[in-house]
Design a protein around this ligand. Sequence first.
Ligand SMILES: Nc1ncnc2c1ncn2[C@@H]1O[C@H](COP(=O)(O)OP(=O)(O)OP(=O)(O)O)[C@@H](O)[C@H]1O
Ligand SMILES: [Mg+2]
Length: 234
Amino acid sequence: MQENTARVIELEEEPEPRDPFSDPAYLRNWLIENDMIAAGIPKRFRPGFAAYEERTPECAFLRRKALAWANEFDPRDPTKGFALTGVTGAGKTHLAAAIARRLIERRCSVMWVNTAALFMRIRSTYGHDSDESEEDLIDELVAPDLLVLDDLGVERPTAWVLERLYVILNRRHEECKVIMFTSNYDGRELTERLRTPEAGDLADRLISRLVGMVESIGDFPKKDWRKEAWRQRQ
Ligand SMILES: Nc1ncnc2c1ncn2[C@@H]1O[C@H](COP(=O)(O)OP(=O)(O)OP(=O)(O)O)[C@@H](O)[C@H]1O
Ligand SMILES: [Mg+2]
């Protein structure tokens, strides 16, 4: 009997599920979170600048530069986007996602793709049962104010891959739309990687567009923060 009473009291004390429409600040966060999900930004990287710490002077510089760019970004008068390159675990994806979040907070449209996953998605459009065509997908990639290509260079640079990249970048270039990419390869390494005999002059046409569309954001610390966090947990 007593047990039952205790359970009733417990249930009565449970907080009401939060109604996003009753609190403007909560509603705003809720809408931003939904837009981040729709943009394809992975959960781990959704907190944005709030979680990007100034752990080294490089981090402080990169944070300031990225935040200033994101605050000034104007889709009607676009500037160059950023190439975020550095060693694995340096924080490239985290910083790119922070920029993406800031743009979403400012009501700009963003699409985020992991580059290797994008090519898998393009391939899947060739299946008979696919309800998406390659043209539709490319239109989707051209539409947003900012397209982020995470981990560019991971995919093997076959002629097929370079042709798709060329079409996407060229369409965005023609529409004066901004791109940003993260990569473990710096500009010189990426150029070397793309210039394969199979690629022919496509590599140079692609590199020329990349150079026109992005500039380096600056040097990331040569540190793998993932390993560092793992070491600290030991
Ligand atoms: N300045 C920072 N403040 C807080 N967390 C950070 C910072 N830099 C990196 N991290 C964290 O370190 C981990 C690795 O960062 P991230 O995934 O962005 O690295 P990356 O450079 O994209 O690596 P990869 O080349 O392997 O994709 C993540 O958990 C990220 O949140
Ligand atoms: Mg990354």
